[in-house]
Write a protein that binds this ligand. Structure first.
Ligand SMILES: [Zn+2]
Length: 126
């Protein structure tokens, strides 16, 4: 069975000693201006049945570790089938482009001129 939550202002100089069963601003500590607008909000804190406040949860946000980063990377690497296909297509396109460019790139390289005489000499031997 779920125990009900209690909320209480834990400000040291608080006039309000009551426990509330809902969260809210402490009427005693919260400062309002003349128009009833909140100037300084003081929230009640969740307390245990015995009146001790719950541990603050503000500092539970841990620093990002290398493992967190690796996990994040691993998660991102899990691509959908569609994404994999798109990636393959993009890669194939890049490879095709590279192969198209290659003859131009290597045409001036010495190896081509070396191959040619061999081919010619072979032709002459036949
Ligand atoms: Zn208070």
């Amino acid at each position: 069975m779920r125990t009900p939550d209690y909320w209480k202002c834990i400000e040291e100089e608080c006039q309000d000693d009551k426990r509330y069963n809902y969260k809210g601003l402490c009427r005693s500590c919260t400062q309002y201006d003349d128009n009833g607008k909140v100037v300084e909000a003081v929230s009640r804190v969740k307390i245990h049945k015995d009146g001790t406040p719950y541990k603050q949860v503000e500092n539970t946000r841990k620093a990002v570790t290398l493992q967190d980063f690796k996990d994040f990377r691993r998660q991102n690497r899990r691509l959908t089938h569609k994404q994999v296909e798109a990636l393959k297509a993009a890669q194939a396109h890049t490879v095709a482009q590279a192969q198209q460019d290659m003859p131009e790139d290597v045409s001036d390289m010495p190896i081509d001129t070396d191959v040619m005489p061999i081919g010619e000499s072979l032709g002459e031997e036949e």
